[in-house]
Design a protein around this ligand. Structure first.
Ligand SMILES: [Zn+2]
Length: 340
């Protein structure tokens, strides 16, 4: 990953890596731009610390200049090349469609700027469902088509789980499956595709129950989503999950659990399945025994770019700690009273 950090809190953070372009079944460069906005309006999810990075006083002009600087710097520094196809992820750690973060005018100006980039094949934005309307979507999609007719739009939702009880009580997400579904259907109706983030191992969910919940959730969204992204719960600073973790009441998921969940989700849904193992191998991130973490992380990353399950099948059983994980999964029912 080639990363460039902004020098000030008012500069966007951006980097380029490879990602899978599901529409063409191949991997291409992906520029991720994280804009500093006033941040997520909800800011109450138990695992999320992103809102600490928000800048309440930022202006719309500053957001536009963050965006254009990041785009031009990515080319100037040689992270992207003019002739190559690429995708662009515009993230705010909040919602692209929240007018309090990014106004209509700013959104239109950002999309207009994209006319300069012939190689752009897809943009991905994130939002909570309550900020989605057909009016906003239609305006953005026609602006995008005008700027670049080869470019698709994908809208990502952090659904986390299809289980309303887990989402409400354990994650404190503040929207229901029905809210997500209605917003996602609007996105589809307006001609964009839907990406769904699922959270592997929310707080208070055991290792095995977490795998089952992720697989069930993927099945529940497979008719709506084109891409399923499995986020492995990590321990971010200043969060409720961090408090649990410090009190030995939360362990991030095993990478073996991620491997198991990804394989089952891919087989069940046949969608593009992505999992970026952020912080893999660290105590705050998803981890195994320490010896095999890098290997398993590499296998997940290879799978991301090829969608070939062999990378994951091969790595299974490559370390003796998989036996410990197997036992853990086995005794889960006993520990949590599923077996009388
Ligand atoms: Zn191991």
């Amino acid at each position: 990953m080639k990363q460039m950090d902004g020098m000030s809190v008012r500069a966007a953070v951006f980097w380029v890596n490879r990602d899978f372009l599901m529409e063409e079944n191949r991997a291409i460069d992906a520029l991720t731009v994280i804009l500093r906005t006033r941040g997520c309006r909800w800011r109450a999810c138990r695992m999320c610390g992103f809102w600490h990075e928000s800048v309440p006083s930022v202006t719309q002009d500053e957001i536009l200049s963050q965006f254009s600087s990041a785009l031009s710097a990515a080319f100037k520094k040689g992270l992207l090349r003019r002739d190559d196809d690429f995708m662009l992820k515009i993230f705010t750690s909040g919602s692209f469609f929240d007018d309090a973060e990014i106004t209509d005018i700013t959104r239109m100006r950002m999309l207009d700027m994209l006319s300069e980039f012939d190689g752009l094949r897809k943009i991905i934005v994130e939002t909570r469902p309550e900020f989605v309307s057909e009016e906003k979507l239609n305006a953005c999609i026609s602006a995008l088509n005008e700027a670049n007719e080869r470019c698709f739009m994908e809208v990502a939702f952090g659904l986390e789980t299809a289980d309303d009880f887990i989402r409400a009580k354990y994650i404190n997400k503040g929207f229901s499956f029905e809210d997500f579904r209605n917003a996602a259907l609007k996105v589809r109706k307006c001609g964009a595709s839907v990406k769904v983030y699922l959270l592997l191992k929310p707080p208070f969910v055991s290792e095995r129950a977490a795998i089952e919940d992720a697989v069930r959730s993927a099945i529940a969204v497979r008719e709506i989503a084109s891409t399923i992204s499995l986020n492995l719960c990590n321990v971010q600073k200043g969060t409720f999950v961090e408090r649990l973790w410090r009190s030995f009441m939360f362990r991030p998921p095993w990478l073996w659990s991620a491997v198991e969940a990804i394989i089952r989700i891919k087989i069940e849904t046949e969608k593009a399945v992505i999992s970026d193992p952020v912080g893999a191998g660290s105590r705050r991130g998803p981890h195994n025994c320490g010896k095999c973490d890098k290997n398993v992380k590499d296998a997940i990353e290879k799978f991301n770019l090829t969608q070939n399950l062999e990378h994951l099948e091969c790595v299974r059983g490559s370390c003796t700690c998989m036996m410990i994980w197997n036992k853990l999964i086995e005794v889960d029912d006993l520990l949590f009273n599923a077996i009388p």
